[in-house]
Design a protein. Structure first.
Lengths: 301, 301
Protein backbone atom coordinates (compact mmCIF):
# COMPACT_ATOMS: atom_id res chain seq x y z
CA UNK A 1 0.00 0.00 0.00
CA UNK A 2 1.43 3.36 -1.02
CA UNK A 3 1.94 6.14 1.50
CA UNK A 4 -1.24 8.07 2.28
CA UNK A 5 -1.71 11.32 0.35
CA UNK A 6 -2.33 14.12 2.84
CA UNK A 7 -1.86 16.95 0.33
CA UNK A 8 -5.60 17.77 0.23
CA UNK A 9 -5.71 17.84 4.01
CA UNK A 10 -5.31 15.66 7.08
CA UNK A 11 -7.85 14.69 9.70
CA UNK A 12 -7.73 13.27 13.22
CA UNK A 13 -10.41 10.60 13.61
CA UNK A 14 -10.71 8.30 16.62
CA UNK A 15 -7.01 8.54 17.43
CA UNK A 16 -5.68 8.13 13.88
CA UNK A 17 -4.52 10.57 11.21
CA UNK A 18 -6.21 10.10 7.82
CA UNK A 19 -6.25 11.89 4.48
CA UNK A 20 -9.21 14.28 4.57
CA UNK A 21 -11.07 12.33 1.86
CA UNK A 22 -11.14 9.28 4.15
CA UNK A 23 -12.28 11.18 7.25
CA UNK A 24 -15.83 10.47 8.36
CA UNK A 25 -18.09 10.46 11.38
CA UNK A 26 -20.45 7.63 12.34
CA UNK A 27 -23.89 8.10 10.83
CA UNK A 28 -25.48 7.54 14.24
CA UNK A 29 -23.42 10.24 16.05
CA UNK A 30 -25.80 12.86 17.40
CA UNK A 31 -23.30 15.38 16.08
CA UNK A 32 -24.89 14.55 12.73
CA UNK A 33 -28.38 13.27 13.61
CA UNK A 34 -29.14 16.17 15.99
CA UNK A 35 -26.42 18.65 15.02
CA UNK A 36 -25.30 18.15 18.61
CA UNK A 37 -21.75 19.40 18.24
CA UNK A 38 -19.48 22.39 18.54
CA UNK A 39 -16.42 23.47 16.66
CA UNK A 40 -13.88 26.21 16.12
CA UNK A 41 -11.66 27.19 13.23
CA UNK A 42 -8.14 28.57 13.50
CA UNK A 43 -6.04 29.49 10.49
CA UNK A 44 -2.39 28.93 9.67
CA UNK A 45 -0.62 31.62 7.65
CA UNK A 46 3.01 31.39 6.55
CA UNK A 47 3.43 28.38 8.80
CA UNK A 48 2.03 29.96 11.97
CA UNK A 49 -1.31 29.76 13.78
CA UNK A 50 -3.07 33.11 14.13
CA UNK A 51 -4.52 33.73 17.60
CA UNK A 52 -4.57 30.05 18.47
CA UNK A 53 -5.04 30.76 22.20
CA UNK A 54 -8.23 32.75 21.57
CA UNK A 55 -9.70 29.99 19.39
CA UNK A 56 -8.83 27.26 21.90
CA UNK A 57 -10.31 29.28 24.74
CA UNK A 58 -13.55 29.81 22.81
CA UNK A 59 -13.71 26.16 21.71
CA UNK A 60 -13.43 24.91 25.29
CA UNK A 61 -16.01 27.50 26.38
CA UNK A 62 -18.41 26.34 23.62
CA UNK A 63 -17.90 22.74 24.77
CA UNK A 64 -18.85 23.68 28.33
CA UNK A 65 -21.88 25.62 27.11
CA UNK A 66 -23.25 22.57 25.29
CA UNK A 67 -22.04 20.17 27.99
CA UNK A 68 -19.64 18.43 25.64
CA UNK A 69 -16.30 17.04 26.82
CA UNK A 70 -13.65 16.76 24.10
CA UNK A 71 -11.51 14.62 26.44
CA UNK A 72 -8.41 16.70 25.59
CA UNK A 73 -7.11 19.90 27.14
CA UNK A 74 -5.76 22.90 25.24
CA UNK A 75 -2.20 21.52 25.14
CA UNK A 76 -3.35 18.13 23.83
CA UNK A 77 -5.63 19.73 21.25
CA UNK A 78 -2.74 21.92 20.06
CA UNK A 79 -0.63 18.80 19.55
CA UNK A 80 -3.36 17.22 17.41
CA UNK A 81 -3.85 20.39 15.35
CA UNK A 82 -0.10 20.68 14.77
CA UNK A 83 0.08 17.08 13.61
CA UNK A 84 -2.83 17.60 11.18
CA UNK A 85 -1.10 20.64 9.69
CA UNK A 86 2.29 18.93 9.65
CA UNK A 87 0.92 15.88 7.81
CA UNK A 88 -0.82 18.09 5.27
CA UNK A 89 2.35 20.10 4.72
CA UNK A 90 0.15 23.19 4.25
CA UNK A 91 1.76 26.51 5.20
CA UNK A 92 -1.63 28.25 4.72
CA UNK A 93 -4.37 26.15 6.27
CA UNK A 94 -7.93 26.20 7.63
CA UNK A 95 -7.87 24.09 10.79
CA UNK A 96 -11.07 22.90 12.40
CA UNK A 97 -11.53 21.28 15.81
CA UNK A 98 -14.86 19.55 16.55
CA UNK A 99 -16.55 17.92 19.52
CA UNK A 100 -19.67 15.82 18.94
CA UNK A 101 -22.12 14.28 21.40
CA UNK A 102 -21.44 10.75 20.17
CA UNK A 103 -24.29 8.36 20.82
CA UNK A 104 -25.99 7.13 24.01
CA UNK A 105 -26.43 3.35 24.38
CA UNK A 106 -29.21 1.97 22.15
CA UNK A 107 -32.59 2.63 23.65
CA UNK A 108 -31.44 5.62 25.70
CA UNK A 109 -32.45 9.15 24.76
CA UNK A 110 -30.25 10.65 27.49
CA UNK A 111 -27.44 12.84 26.08
CA UNK A 112 -25.58 12.49 29.39
CA UNK A 113 -24.97 8.81 28.63
CA UNK A 114 -23.15 9.49 25.36
CA UNK A 115 -19.36 9.35 25.01
CA UNK A 116 -18.39 12.64 23.34
CA UNK A 117 -15.96 12.55 20.44
CA UNK A 118 -13.17 14.89 19.36
CA UNK A 119 -12.23 15.37 15.70
CA UNK A 120 -9.95 17.78 13.87
CA UNK A 121 -8.77 18.48 10.36
CA UNK A 122 -6.48 20.79 8.40
CA UNK A 123 -7.31 21.68 4.81
CA UNK A 124 -6.08 24.39 2.42
CA UNK A 125 -6.87 27.93 3.59
CA UNK A 126 -10.53 28.84 2.90
CA UNK A 127 -11.46 32.28 1.56
CA UNK A 128 -15.02 33.51 2.12
CA UNK A 129 -14.44 35.69 -0.96
CA UNK A 130 -12.34 34.78 -4.00
CA UNK A 131 -9.48 36.97 -5.32
CA UNK A 132 -11.68 38.90 -7.74
CA UNK A 133 -14.31 39.54 -5.07
CA UNK A 134 -11.66 40.77 -2.64
CA UNK A 135 -10.34 43.18 -5.27
CA UNK A 136 -13.67 44.68 -6.38
CA UNK A 137 -15.56 44.14 -3.12
CA UNK A 138 -18.51 41.82 -2.48
CA UNK A 139 -22.16 42.38 -3.38
CA UNK A 140 -23.88 41.73 -0.03
CA UNK A 141 -27.62 41.00 0.15
CA UNK A 142 -29.82 41.57 3.20
CA UNK A 143 -32.03 38.53 3.74
CA UNK A 144 -35.61 38.33 5.00
CA UNK A 145 -34.65 35.15 6.84
CA UNK A 146 -34.19 35.77 10.55
CA UNK A 147 -31.07 34.43 12.19
CA UNK A 148 -31.92 31.79 14.82
CA UNK A 149 -32.45 33.90 17.97
CA UNK A 150 -30.40 33.71 21.15
CA UNK A 151 -33.49 32.55 23.07
CA UNK A 152 -33.35 29.34 21.01
CA UNK A 153 -29.63 28.72 20.40
CA UNK A 154 -26.84 30.73 22.06
CA UNK A 155 -24.94 32.17 19.07
CA UNK A 156 -21.81 32.87 21.12
CA UNK A 157 -21.19 29.12 21.46
CA UNK A 158 -20.24 27.90 18.00
CA UNK A 159 -22.67 25.47 16.41
CA UNK A 160 -23.61 24.04 13.03
CA UNK A 161 -27.18 25.41 12.99
CA UNK A 162 -26.82 27.04 9.58
CA UNK A 163 -30.08 26.27 7.77
CA UNK A 164 -31.18 29.90 8.03
CA UNK A 165 -27.80 31.10 6.76
CA UNK A 166 -27.76 28.57 3.92
CA UNK A 167 -31.32 29.34 2.79
CA UNK A 168 -30.54 33.07 2.87
CA UNK A 169 -27.34 32.46 0.92
CA UNK A 170 -29.15 30.44 -1.77
CA UNK A 171 -31.63 33.28 -2.28
CA UNK A 172 -28.83 35.87 -2.44
CA UNK A 173 -26.90 33.82 -5.01
CA UNK A 174 -30.06 33.33 -7.10
CA UNK A 175 -30.59 37.10 -7.02
CA UNK A 176 -27.07 37.73 -8.34
CA UNK A 177 -25.41 38.65 -5.02
CA UNK A 178 -22.17 37.24 -3.66
CA UNK A 179 -23.23 36.56 -0.09
CA UNK A 180 -25.85 37.40 2.51
CA UNK A 181 -26.41 38.92 5.92
CA UNK A 182 -29.35 37.93 8.13
CA UNK A 183 -31.43 40.08 10.44
CA UNK A 184 -33.00 39.54 13.86
CA UNK A 185 -36.68 39.88 14.77
CA UNK A 186 -36.28 43.64 15.22
CA UNK A 187 -34.85 44.11 11.70
CA UNK A 188 -31.29 44.60 12.93
CA UNK A 189 -28.41 43.18 10.97
CA UNK A 190 -26.71 40.30 12.82
CA UNK A 191 -24.37 38.03 10.84
CA UNK A 192 -23.81 36.07 7.64
CA UNK A 193 -22.62 32.53 6.82
CA UNK A 194 -19.25 32.45 8.55
CA UNK A 195 -18.70 36.14 9.13
CA UNK A 196 -19.52 39.22 11.21
CA UNK A 197 -20.47 42.47 9.52
CA UNK A 198 -19.16 46.01 10.06
CA UNK A 199 -19.91 49.40 8.60
CA UNK A 200 -18.17 52.75 8.76
CA UNK A 201 -20.08 56.03 9.05
CA UNK A 202 -18.22 59.33 9.26
CA UNK A 203 -15.10 57.55 10.39
CA UNK A 204 -16.77 55.47 13.12
CA UNK A 205 -16.57 51.67 12.96
CA UNK A 206 -19.94 50.07 13.86
CA UNK A 207 -20.76 46.40 14.42
CA UNK A 208 -23.72 44.54 16.00
CA UNK A 209 -23.51 43.78 19.72
CA UNK A 210 -25.87 40.82 20.02
CA UNK A 211 -27.47 37.89 18.24
CA UNK A 212 -24.32 36.74 16.48
CA UNK A 213 -21.08 34.82 17.02
CA UNK A 214 -18.43 36.86 18.78
CA UNK A 215 -15.85 36.18 16.10
CA UNK A 216 -12.14 36.19 16.90
CA UNK A 217 -11.62 38.16 13.68
CA UNK A 218 -14.36 40.56 14.84
CA UNK A 219 -12.39 41.01 18.06
CA UNK A 220 -9.23 41.55 16.01
CA UNK A 221 -11.00 44.25 13.96
CA UNK A 222 -12.11 46.01 17.14
CA UNK A 223 -8.54 45.90 18.46
CA UNK A 224 -7.12 47.12 15.15
CA UNK A 225 -9.62 49.99 15.06
CA UNK A 226 -8.51 51.00 18.52
CA UNK A 227 -4.84 50.82 17.59
CA UNK A 228 -5.53 52.94 14.49
CA UNK A 229 -7.41 55.49 16.59
CA UNK A 230 -10.78 54.85 14.92
CA UNK A 231 -13.87 55.37 17.08
CA UNK A 232 -15.89 52.17 17.58
CA UNK A 233 -19.56 51.54 18.36
CA UNK A 234 -20.71 48.03 19.29
CA UNK A 235 -24.50 48.22 19.26
CA UNK A 236 -27.67 47.32 17.36
CA UNK A 237 -27.28 48.02 13.63
CA UNK A 238 -30.58 48.68 11.80
CA UNK A 239 -30.67 47.69 8.13
CA UNK A 240 -31.51 51.32 7.17
CA UNK A 241 -28.28 52.44 8.78
CA UNK A 242 -26.28 49.83 6.90
CA UNK A 243 -27.79 51.25 3.69
CA UNK A 244 -26.41 54.68 4.56
CA UNK A 245 -22.90 53.47 5.37
CA UNK A 246 -19.77 55.00 3.81
CA UNK A 247 -18.03 51.63 3.90
CA UNK A 248 -19.04 48.05 4.70
CA UNK A 249 -16.84 45.05 5.33
CA UNK A 250 -17.04 41.51 6.69
CA UNK A 251 -14.76 39.78 9.18
CA UNK A 252 -14.00 36.07 9.12
CA UNK A 253 -11.21 33.62 9.81
CA UNK A 254 -11.86 32.75 6.15
CA UNK A 255 -10.00 35.74 4.74
CA UNK A 256 -9.85 38.34 7.50
CA UNK A 257 -11.30 41.72 6.51
CA UNK A 258 -13.35 41.46 3.30
CA UNK A 259 -14.63 44.62 1.58
CA UNK A 260 -18.26 44.98 0.51
CA UNK A 261 -18.74 47.38 -2.41
CA UNK A 262 -22.42 46.79 -3.18
CA UNK A 263 -25.42 46.32 -0.89
CA UNK A 264 -28.47 44.69 -2.48
CA UNK A 265 -26.89 45.52 -5.84
CA UNK A 266 -26.48 49.25 -5.14
CA UNK A 267 -23.03 50.86 -4.67
CA UNK A 268 -21.71 51.43 -1.16
CA UNK A 269 -20.01 54.86 -1.16
CA UNK A 270 -18.32 55.16 -4.58
CA UNK A 271 -18.85 51.43 -5.22
CA UNK A 272 -15.26 50.46 -4.47
CA UNK A 273 -13.60 49.08 -1.32
CA UNK A 274 -13.27 52.04 1.05
CA UNK A 275 -10.03 53.60 2.36
CA UNK A 276 -10.53 52.65 6.03
CA UNK A 277 -11.46 49.10 5.01
CA UNK A 278 -8.19 48.90 3.02
CA UNK A 279 -6.22 50.08 6.05
CA UNK A 280 -7.85 47.39 8.17
CA UNK A 281 -7.08 44.73 5.52
CA UNK A 282 -3.41 45.75 5.53
CA UNK A 283 -3.26 45.85 9.31
CA UNK A 284 -4.91 42.42 9.54
CA UNK A 285 -2.17 40.80 7.48
CA UNK A 286 0.59 42.80 9.19
CA UNK A 287 -0.56 41.49 12.57
CA UNK A 288 -0.01 37.94 11.29
CA UNK A 289 3.73 38.60 11.72
CA UNK A 290 3.30 39.88 15.29
CA UNK A 291 4.51 37.21 17.75
CA UNK A 292 1.78 38.37 20.16
CA UNK A 293 -0.75 36.80 17.81
CA UNK A 294 1.14 34.17 15.81
CA UNK A 295 2.61 30.87 16.89
CA UNK A 296 4.67 28.63 14.60
CA UNK A 297 3.22 25.18 13.90
CA UNK A 298 5.52 22.70 15.65
CA UNK A 299 7.29 20.37 13.25
CA UNK A 300 6.11 22.08 10.06
CA UNK A 301 8.92 22.44 7.56
CA UNK B 1 -13.68 -12.44 6.03
CA UNK B 2 -16.82 -13.57 7.81
CA UNK B 3 -20.25 -12.51 6.63
CA UNK B 4 -21.23 -9.00 7.76
CA UNK B 5 -23.35 -8.82 10.90
CA UNK B 6 -26.42 -6.72 10.19
CA UNK B 7 -28.30 -7.70 13.35
CA UNK B 8 -27.77 -4.28 14.98
CA UNK B 9 -28.99 -2.55 11.85
CA UNK B 10 -28.18 -2.01 8.18
CA UNK B 11 -27.31 1.19 6.35
CA UNK B 12 -27.22 2.32 2.74
CA UNK B 13 -24.08 4.39 2.12
CA UNK B 14 -22.92 5.49 -1.32
CA UNK B 15 -24.62 2.59 -3.07
CA UNK B 16 -23.53 -0.15 -0.65
CA UNK B 17 -25.23 -1.87 2.28
CA UNK B 18 -23.17 -1.89 5.49
CA UNK B 19 -23.69 -2.93 9.12
CA UNK B 20 -24.86 0.16 10.99
CA UNK B 21 -21.64 0.32 13.06
CA UNK B 22 -19.66 0.81 9.84
CA UNK B 23 -21.95 3.47 8.35
CA UNK B 24 -20.52 6.97 8.24
CA UNK B 25 -20.73 10.24 6.39
CA UNK B 26 -17.74 12.25 5.14
CA UNK B 27 -16.55 14.77 7.72
CA UNK B 28 -16.62 17.51 5.09
CA UNK B 29 -20.25 16.91 4.03
CA UNK B 30 -22.24 20.07 4.73
CA UNK B 31 -24.88 17.73 6.11
CA UNK B 32 -22.57 17.59 9.12
CA UNK B 33 -20.55 20.84 8.97
CA UNK B 34 -23.65 23.01 8.41
CA UNK B 35 -26.43 20.64 9.41
CA UNK B 36 -27.51 21.06 5.78
CA UNK B 37 -29.67 17.96 5.49
CA UNK B 38 -33.17 16.62 5.78
CA UNK B 39 -34.55 13.28 6.86
CA UNK B 40 -37.63 11.29 7.67
CA UNK B 41 -38.31 8.26 9.83
CA UNK B 42 -40.77 5.48 9.07
CA UNK B 43 -41.31 2.51 11.33
CA UNK B 44 -41.76 -1.17 10.63
CA UNK B 45 -44.09 -3.12 12.93
CA UNK B 46 -44.71 -6.86 12.62
CA UNK B 47 -42.90 -6.80 9.29
CA UNK B 48 -44.86 -3.95 7.73
CA UNK B 49 -44.16 -0.26 7.17
CA UNK B 50 -46.68 2.05 8.84
CA UNK B 51 -47.87 4.92 6.63
CA UNK B 52 -44.85 4.68 4.34
CA UNK B 53 -46.51 6.79 1.62
CA UNK B 54 -47.04 9.70 3.99
CA UNK B 55 -43.41 9.61 5.14
CA UNK B 56 -42.05 9.41 1.59
CA UNK B 57 -44.27 12.27 0.49
CA UNK B 58 -43.07 14.43 3.39
CA UNK B 59 -39.42 13.48 2.84
CA UNK B 60 -39.54 14.52 -0.80
CA UNK B 61 -41.35 17.74 0.18
CA UNK B 62 -38.66 18.49 2.80
CA UNK B 63 -35.98 17.89 0.14
CA UNK B 64 -37.65 20.40 -2.18
CA UNK B 65 -37.99 22.94 0.62
CA UNK B 66 -34.24 22.82 1.34
CA UNK B 67 -33.35 22.48 -2.36
CA UNK B 68 -31.87 19.03 -1.87
CA UNK B 69 -32.09 16.32 -4.51
CA UNK B 70 -31.85 12.76 -3.16
CA UNK B 71 -31.40 11.47 -6.73
CA UNK B 72 -33.98 8.72 -6.11
CA UNK B 73 -37.75 8.78 -6.50
CA UNK B 74 -40.25 7.31 -4.04
CA UNK B 75 -40.15 3.87 -5.68
CA UNK B 76 -36.36 3.73 -5.63
CA UNK B 77 -36.20 4.95 -2.04
CA UNK B 78 -38.72 2.28 -1.03
CA UNK B 79 -36.47 -0.36 -2.58
CA UNK B 80 -33.48 0.89 -0.54
CA UNK B 81 -35.49 1.01 2.70
CA UNK B 82 -36.81 -2.53 2.11
CA UNK B 83 -33.29 -3.80 1.53
CA UNK B 84 -32.02 -2.13 4.74
CA UNK B 85 -34.82 -3.78 6.72
CA UNK B 86 -34.41 -7.09 4.95
CA UNK B 87 -30.65 -7.21 5.66
CA UNK B 88 -31.23 -6.33 9.32
CA UNK B 89 -33.88 -9.04 9.62
CA UNK B 90 -35.74 -6.72 12.02
CA UNK B 91 -39.53 -7.16 12.11
CA UNK B 92 -39.81 -4.05 14.33
CA UNK B 93 -37.57 -1.32 13.00
CA UNK B 94 -36.87 2.41 12.98
CA UNK B 95 -36.02 3.32 9.41
CA UNK B 96 -34.43 6.64 8.55
CA UNK B 97 -33.92 8.20 5.11
CA UNK B 98 -31.52 11.16 4.81
CA UNK B 99 -30.47 13.62 2.14
CA UNK B 100 -27.37 15.79 2.74
CA UNK B 101 -26.00 18.73 0.77
CA UNK B 102 -22.70 16.97 0.10
CA UNK B 103 -19.83 19.36 -0.56
CA UNK B 104 -19.20 22.01 -3.23
CA UNK B 105 -15.81 21.89 -5.00
CA UNK B 106 -12.97 23.18 -2.79
CA UNK B 107 -12.90 26.95 -2.72
CA UNK B 108 -16.61 27.29 -3.56
CA UNK B 109 -19.11 28.43 -0.96
CA UNK B 110 -22.05 27.88 -3.35
CA UNK B 111 -24.46 25.17 -2.11
CA UNK B 112 -25.83 24.84 -5.68
CA UNK B 113 -22.50 23.32 -6.76
CA UNK B 114 -22.65 20.45 -4.29
CA UNK B 115 -23.68 16.92 -5.25
CA UNK B 116 -26.37 15.93 -2.75
CA UNK B 117 -26.17 12.53 -1.10
CA UNK B 118 -28.82 10.01 -0.08
CA UNK B 119 -28.40 7.73 2.92
CA UNK B 120 -30.71 5.34 4.77
CA UNK B 121 -30.59 2.96 7.69
CA UNK B 122 -32.78 0.49 9.59
CA UNK B 123 -32.15 -0.11 13.30
CA UNK B 124 -34.20 -1.75 16.08
CA UNK B 125 -37.46 0.09 16.83
CA UNK B 126 -36.86 3.21 18.94
CA UNK B 127 -39.18 4.08 21.82
CA UNK B 128 -39.31 7.72 22.99
CA UNK B 129 -40.45 6.29 26.34
CA UNK B 130 -39.36 2.97 27.86
CA UNK B 131 -41.82 0.27 28.98
CA UNK B 132 -42.05 1.55 32.57
CA UNK B 133 -42.59 5.14 31.40
CA UNK B 134 -45.32 4.01 29.01
CA UNK B 135 -47.06 2.17 31.83
CA UNK B 136 -46.96 4.91 34.48
CA UNK B 137 -46.88 7.87 32.08
CA UNK B 138 -44.07 10.36 31.49
CA UNK B 139 -43.09 13.33 33.66
CA UNK B 140 -43.01 16.15 31.10
CA UNK B 141 -41.18 19.41 31.82
CA UNK B 142 -41.95 22.75 30.19
CA UNK B 143 -38.69 24.41 29.14
CA UNK B 144 -37.74 28.08 29.12
CA UNK B 145 -35.80 27.44 25.91
CA UNK B 146 -37.71 28.72 22.89
CA UNK B 147 -38.07 26.38 19.94
CA UNK B 148 -36.27 27.77 16.86
CA UNK B 149 -38.97 29.93 15.23
CA UNK B 150 -40.50 29.43 11.78
CA UNK B 151 -39.04 32.79 10.66
CA UNK B 152 -35.59 31.22 11.01
CA UNK B 153 -36.07 27.55 10.10
CA UNK B 154 -39.28 26.11 8.65
CA UNK B 155 -40.24 23.42 11.19
CA UNK B 156 -42.55 21.63 8.74
CA UNK B 157 -39.53 20.55 6.67
CA UNK B 158 -37.66 18.04 8.80
CA UNK B 159 -34.19 19.10 9.91
CA UNK B 160 -31.54 18.27 12.47
CA UNK B 161 -31.58 21.67 14.20
CA UNK B 162 -32.05 20.20 17.66
CA UNK B 163 -29.71 22.19 19.92
CA UNK B 164 -32.67 23.94 21.59
CA UNK B 165 -34.44 20.60 22.10
CA UNK B 166 -31.30 18.92 23.44
CA UNK B 167 -30.45 21.75 25.85
CA UNK B 168 -34.06 21.75 27.09
CA UNK B 169 -33.94 17.97 27.48
CA UNK B 170 -30.70 18.09 29.49
CA UNK B 171 -32.24 20.59 31.91
CA UNK B 172 -35.41 18.49 32.23
CA UNK B 173 -33.41 15.33 32.95
CA UNK B 174 -31.27 17.17 35.52
CA UNK B 175 -34.48 18.34 37.21
CA UNK B 176 -35.75 14.77 37.45
CA UNK B 177 -38.17 14.87 34.53
CA UNK B 178 -38.43 12.29 31.74
CA UNK B 179 -38.62 14.61 28.75
CA UNK B 180 -39.32 18.18 27.74
CA UNK B 181 -41.58 20.40 25.65
CA UNK B 182 -40.42 23.76 24.30
CA UNK B 183 -42.40 26.98 23.90
CA UNK B 184 -42.51 29.71 21.27
CA UNK B 185 -41.88 33.43 21.80
CA UNK B 186 -45.51 33.91 22.88
CA UNK B 187 -45.25 31.26 25.59
CA UNK B 188 -47.27 28.70 23.66
CA UNK B 189 -46.31 25.05 23.81
CA UNK B 190 -44.91 23.81 20.49
CA UNK B 191 -43.01 20.50 20.47
CA UNK B 192 -40.44 18.30 22.16
CA UNK B 193 -37.43 16.27 21.00
CA UNK B 194 -39.01 13.99 18.40
CA UNK B 195 -42.66 14.39 19.32
CA UNK B 196 -45.79 16.53 19.12
CA UNK B 197 -47.81 17.26 22.21
CA UNK B 198 -51.57 16.95 22.84
CA UNK B 199 -53.87 17.62 25.73
CA UNK B 200 -57.47 16.71 26.47
CA UNK B 201 -59.85 19.12 28.21
CA UNK B 202 -63.46 18.14 28.84
CA UNK B 203 -63.27 15.50 26.13
CA UNK B 204 -61.75 17.78 23.47
CA UNK B 205 -58.38 16.87 21.93
CA UNK B 206 -56.16 19.95 21.57
CA UNK B 207 -52.79 20.27 19.81
CA UNK B 208 -50.69 23.23 18.63
CA UNK B 209 -51.25 24.49 15.09
CA UNK B 210 -47.94 26.19 14.32
CA UNK B 211 -44.25 26.32 15.10
CA UNK B 212 -43.69 22.58 15.11
CA UNK B 213 -43.21 19.59 12.82
CA UNK B 214 -46.46 18.34 11.35
CA UNK B 215 -45.84 14.79 12.51
CA UNK B 216 -47.32 11.83 10.68
CA UNK B 217 -48.22 10.36 14.07
CA UNK B 218 -49.82 13.72 14.96
CA UNK B 219 -51.90 13.39 11.77
CA UNK B 220 -52.75 9.81 12.76
CA UNK B 221 -53.93 11.01 16.19
CA UNK B 222 -56.15 13.65 14.59
CA UNK B 223 -57.64 11.01 12.29
CA UNK B 224 -58.14 8.58 15.17
CA UNK B 225 -59.85 11.26 17.25
CA UNK B 226 -62.20 11.92 14.36
CA UNK B 227 -62.96 8.23 13.92
CA UNK B 228 -63.62 7.91 17.66
CA UNK B 229 -65.97 10.92 17.55
CA UNK B 230 -63.74 13.10 19.77
CA UNK B 231 -63.89 16.86 19.13
CA UNK B 232 -60.52 18.29 18.01
CA UNK B 233 -59.01 21.76 18.25
CA UNK B 234 -55.81 22.57 16.35
CA UNK B 235 -54.74 25.96 17.67
CA UNK B 236 -52.28 27.82 19.89
CA UNK B 237 -51.84 26.03 23.23
CA UNK B 238 -50.76 28.31 26.12
CA UNK B 239 -48.68 26.69 28.84
CA UNK B 240 -51.32 27.68 31.46
CA UNK B 241 -53.90 25.68 29.52
CA UNK B 242 -51.63 22.64 29.40
CA UNK B 243 -51.37 22.88 33.20
CA UNK B 244 -55.16 22.61 33.47
CA UNK B 245 -55.49 19.62 31.15
CA UNK B 246 -57.38 16.47 32.13
CA UNK B 247 -54.98 14.34 30.09
CA UNK B 248 -51.73 14.94 28.22
CA UNK B 249 -49.97 12.71 25.71
CA UNK B 250 -47.19 12.83 23.14
CA UNK B 251 -47.22 11.55 19.57
CA UNK B 252 -44.13 10.20 17.80
CA UNK B 253 -43.10 7.57 15.31
CA UNK B 254 -40.95 6.43 18.24
CA UNK B 255 -43.77 4.74 20.10
CA UNK B 256 -47.01 6.22 18.82
CA UNK B 257 -49.22 7.69 21.54
CA UNK B 258 -47.29 8.14 24.81
CA UNK B 259 -49.13 9.10 28.02
CA UNK B 260 -47.92 11.95 30.23
CA UNK B 261 -48.96 11.58 33.88
CA UNK B 262 -46.97 14.43 35.45
CA UNK B 263 -46.31 17.97 34.24
CA UNK B 264 -43.35 19.71 35.88
CA UNK B 265 -43.54 17.04 38.58
CA UNK B 266 -47.22 17.62 39.44
CA UNK B 267 -49.93 15.05 38.63
CA UNK B 268 -51.99 15.45 35.45
CA UNK B 269 -55.58 14.54 36.36
CA UNK B 270 -55.33 11.66 38.85
CA UNK B 271 -51.64 11.20 37.98
CA UNK B 272 -52.18 8.14 35.81
CA UNK B 273 -52.50 7.76 32.02
CA UNK B 274 -55.99 8.98 31.13
CA UNK B 275 -58.88 6.92 29.67
CA UNK B 276 -59.02 8.74 26.31
CA UNK B 277 -55.24 8.51 25.99
CA UNK B 278 -55.50 4.74 26.55
CA UNK B 279 -58.17 4.47 23.84
CA UNK B 280 -55.90 6.34 21.43
CA UNK B 281 -52.95 4.06 22.31
CA UNK B 282 -55.07 0.99 21.57
CA UNK B 283 -56.42 2.45 18.34
CA UNK B 284 -52.90 3.42 17.22
CA UNK B 285 -51.69 -0.18 17.42
CA UNK B 286 -54.93 -1.55 15.94
CA UNK B 287 -54.45 0.65 12.89
CA UNK B 288 -51.06 -1.01 12.29
CA UNK B 289 -53.01 -4.02 11.02
CA UNK B 290 -55.15 -1.94 8.68
CA UNK B 291 -53.95 -2.46 5.08
CA UNK B 292 -54.88 1.19 4.39
CA UNK B 293 -51.88 2.19 6.54
CA UNK B 294 -49.55 -0.80 6.53
CA UNK B 295 -47.42 -2.23 3.77
CA UNK B 296 -45.37 -5.43 4.10
CA UNK B 297 -41.60 -5.03 3.69
CA UNK B 298 -40.71 -6.81 0.44
CA UNK B 299 -38.46 -9.80 0.94
CA UNK B 300 -38.57 -9.79 4.74
CA UNK B 301 -39.02 -13.29 6.10
Amino acid sequence: MSEADFSQGAAYVRGAYLPIAQASIPMTDWGFLRSDATYDVVTVWEGSFFRLDAHLERFLRSCRRWRLDPGLDAVQITRVLCECVRRSGLREAYVEMICTRGQPPWGSRDPRQAINQFYAFAVPYVWIANAQQRERGLDLRISDVQRIPSASVDPTAKNYHWNDLTMGLLQALDDGGDTVVLVDGAGHVVEGPGFNVFCIRQGTVITPAQGMLEGITRRTVLEMAQSLGLPVQVRALPTEELRQADEIFLSSSGGGVLPVSRLDGRPVGDGRPGPLTRRLVDTYWAWHRDPAYSQPVDGLR
